[in-house]
Write a protein that binds this ligand. Structure first.
Ligand SMILES: [Zn+2]
Length: 121
């Protein structure tokens, strides 16, 4: 009984890992780098450009050009800045990894409960 449950759990954990890696792959551009549409620099994708890629954009800008663009296009009104801030945070690393961690936790939780149940029953 314990031997079988370990095999089942290992199998399920493996399946979850495959699903997670597929999800991760689908959410990222194929290439790790892109050519800046403005200065033609080859730059690595950042959370910002990956977000742009996900929303269907085909032109990406390197961090230097993006910073220049932001400086030349300041937020016109206070309420716009307030709306921009959460959107910028959403693209941040901590938020996404937190979301992914939560997702992994939710997926793993039933299996952890089952493992505990079978381990101590
Ligand atoms: Zn550039």
């Amino acid at each position: 009984m314990p031997n079988m449950s370990i095999e089942v759990i290992a199998g399920i954990a493996f399946a979850v890992l495959i699903v997670l890696s597929l999800l991760m792959r689908r959410r990222r551009p194929k290439e790790r780098t892109f050519k800046c549409s403005r200065c033609s620099t080859i730059a690595e994708h950042t959370p910002r450009t990956i977000d742009a890629w996900r929303s269907g954009k085909t032109k990406f800008f390197c961090n230097a050009c993006h910073a220049r663009w932001l400086r030349s296009h300041p937020a016109p009104a206070a309420h716009n800045r307030a709306e921009l801030a959460p959107a910028h945070n959403r693209a941040g690393r901590s938020e996404r990894s937190g979301c992914l961690g939560m997702f992994a936790f939710l997926v793993a939780l039933p299996f952890l409960l089952i493992a505990t149940w079978w381990g101590y029953a």
